[in-house]
Design a protein around this ligand. Structure first.
Ligand code: NAG
Ligand code: NAG
Length: 305
């Protein structure tokens, strides 16, 4: 079973960074979140394709017993969410995709005791210069390290002088993630391509310093969260693709391998049926944890247990 969250415009599978810590009033983009309620994942996820719902239900009871009560209000919300689900899920069907664009890219799973992040290729400029980014569903900005980087960048770096379509601004860009890593620079626009899909004037943080262990095997980061969480106050890459109206389906999906093995993939405008078996399970996203403003791909846990 593949878990897919459904919104009016956007659909996504599998969150790569949940929001386990309390949100501060000025919500920080989230990434590499570390506090976890310890599900015994091996039983819940019998192999890396099949979700074991019965084991998940048992696990939910075990966690509930260990971490306290789920109050009546939550139970009530659970039931109303379940009722709401059918009506939200029905209008969307993967099989009814339009004639339109879609694209896949293989991702590399960075494994260091845990599956830390998934990164893959991205290109910037005219002609395109290649770099790579950590694909992050918990933040909403594109961060690109530039060739004038004076600290912390591993690269590959993008040289704006070599692009005929690059437009810089004087607007300061500064992002800091929950793990205290971040980057500073200015807001710029240029052509950006991922999985063969191009946004001609994509805004991003053209950064000249990265800190707190921001870059590692990945050079930059592409946030796949919602526009209201963008510190650059500009539209995220996926939002621009959706608004262009050219995608086969307004969704993206990930296949995330475990333990650093090959085969991870990002599919934009598509779901790769070679990567899972069984039916797709749809869940409404719920902004109530962030004051009713949709910042993250939040799914209430009780919605799928
Ligand atoms: C960027 O490209 C320009 C034009 O080709 C070149 O003169 C400059 O040295 C490059 N900058 C860096 C830091 O590589
Ligand atoms: C990044 O910018 C912030 C201001 O938003 C500043 O406090 C911080 O010192 C800067 N970090 C670096 C490494 O330049």
């Amino acid at each position: 079973m593949l878990v897919i969250a459904v919104a009016t415009l956007l659909v996504v599978s599998s969150l790569s960074s949940a929001s386990p810590t309390p949100l501060s009033p000025s919500t920080l983009p989230q990434r590499r979140s570390a506090s976890v309620i310890n599900f015994q994942r091996n039983t819940v996820q019998a192999d890396n394709k099949v979700f074991n719902a019965e084991a998940a239900r048992k696990e939910r009871l075990r966690v509930k017993g260990k971490y306290g009560t789920i109050n009546d209000r939550v139970q009530a919300a659970s039931h109303s969410t379940k009722r709401a689900l059918k009506t939200v899920a029905e209008p969307f069907d993967i099989k009814t995709k339009r004639a339109g664009k879609e694209g896949k890219d293989p991702l590399i799973n960075v494994f260091d005791s845990i599956d830390v992040l998934y990164y893959g290729p991205l290109s910037v400029g005219t002609p395109p210069q290649k770099t790579n980014v950590d694909f992050d569903t918990g933040s909403s900005d594109l961060v690109v390290p530039m060739s004038n980087c004076r600290g912390g960048c591993t690269g590959p770096l993008i040289n704006s002088s070599k692009s005929t379509t690059f437009k810089g601004t004087r607007t300061f860009f500064s992002i800091k993630y929950q793990d205290e890593s971040g980057a500073n620079g200015t807001v710029a626009t240029d052509a950006v391509t991922v999985a063969g899909l191009t946004v001609a004037k994509q805004a991003f943080g053209a950064v000249n310093v990265e800190f707190g262990g921001f870059s590692g095997p990945n050079a930059g980061l592409l946030g796949l969260g919602f526009p209201d969480n963008a510190v650059s106050n500009s539209k995220p890459f996926f939002t621009n693709l959706v608004e262009s109206g050219g995608l086969a389906s307004n969704l993206f999906s990930f296949f995330m391998s475990r333990g650093g093995v090959d085969g991870s993939e990002l599919c934009i405008g598509c779901v790769n049926s070679d990567k899972f078996s069984g039916d797709i399970d749809y869940h409404s996203i719920d902004p109530s944890a962030t004051g009713g403003v949709q910042l993250y791909w939040n799914i209430p846990l009780w919605s799928f247990l």
